[in-house]
Design a protein around this ligand. Structure first.
Ligand SMILES: Nc1nc2c(ncn2[C@@H]2O[C@H](COP(=O)(O)OP(=O)(O)OP(=O)(O)O)[C@@H](O)[C@H]2O)c(=O)[nH]1
Length: 269
């Protein structure tokens, strides 16, 4: 490009390419930014609140006639609500996304580590355990919110216990619970419910007496993935404030190279 053309371009106002017309007549259901790392605040049952860092996805719909969305506005909105990005602000953030981006639907997904203080079962030694949680919120005409938690547990195979002369294969499993609710639910309470559904909870700190206890507890409570999602379903159905849930169990098998998996979803509305 010649120096003269460069100078001409600089003298002109910058073109807003995103606003130009697209002629393919295809609307887009979700467009935006993905995997933005950002500080958020989560309500903590014991300490009132907990600061953590989320990986955030923000999307809106885009009408067929626009070439592109305005990507910078998503991050501008995060900045606007910095220090106060929390559950009670999600609907407001989504409303701002709809307004600033001229959209009909807005989606906000956050995945973040959340720490819970746990006591070892016998020694009562305290330690912090990390749980991966998700907030998935959408606003169209109505607001929708789903809380998700990945809960690690130990599972011990009932079949292996029955067949083997010694021991039974056991492994770490991840139970993923997602809920819609009518009244607020503490992350801590939901974790406790799901941890009852494996052969044993897992801990970040165990002394010798705890290790003996959890090993024997797992042996006394063998569970297939099917048992785990059924046990969770019984509990989640009995919680009246839960209006919808999905529960998954994945066992990272210690005698196979693949996982065992089961899932149940129930809409109580
Ligand atoms: N729409 C879109 N923008 C992209 C993409 N990749 C990068 N961008 C950039 O996102 C940046 C910000 O775009 P805008 O939000 O429209 O920026 P702006 O025009 O200064 O902001 P406004 O005045 O608020 O519209 C631009 O530099 C784009 O090039 C893409 O795949 N799609």
């Amino acid at each position: 490009m010649s120096k003269v053309t460069d100078q001409n371009k600089e003298a002109q106002p910058l073109t807003d390419v995103q606003l130009t017309r697209d002629t393919r007549n295809i609307p887009i259901s979700k467009v935006g930014v993905k995997d933005v790392s950002y500080p958020i605040v989560v309500m903590d049952k014991n300490k009132k609140f907990q600061n953590t860092i989320a990986r955030i996805n923000m999307y809106v719909d885009l009408p067929h006639h626009f070439k592109g969305t305005h990507m910078s506005r998503f991050v501008e909105i995060l900045n606007k609500y910095r220090e106060e990005i929390a559950l009670d602000k999600l609907e407001l953030i989504l409303a701002t996304m709809k307004e600033k981006l001229g959209a009909s639907n807005a989606h906000l997904e956050m995945e973040f580590p959340y720490f819970v203080e746990k006591k070892a079962p016998v020694s009562k030694a305290k330690s912090l355990m990390e749980y991966t949680c998700t907030f998935s919120a959408s606003l169209s005409d109505t607001f929708d919110f789903v809380l998700g938690i990945k809960v690690p547990v130990t599972s011990l195979c009932p079949c292996s216990k029955e067949l083997s002369s010694y021991g039974a294969h056991n492994q770490r499993s991840i139970m993923t619970v997602q809920v819609r609710y009518s009244e607020f639910i503490w992350i801590e309470d939901l974790i406790e419910v799901i941890e009852e559904c494996g052969s044993s909870p897992v801990y970040s700190l165990l002394k010798r007496e705890d290790e003996k206890f959890v090993t024997e507890r797992a042996y006394e409570n063998p569970r297939f993935v099917e048992d785990m999602v059924r046990e969770a379903t019984v509990r989640l159905l009995s919680m009246e404030n839960i209006t919808w849930f999905s529960i998954e169990a994945e066992n990272f098998e210690s005698i196979h190279k693949h996982s065992a998996y089961a899932a149940i979803e129930r809409d109580k509305r």
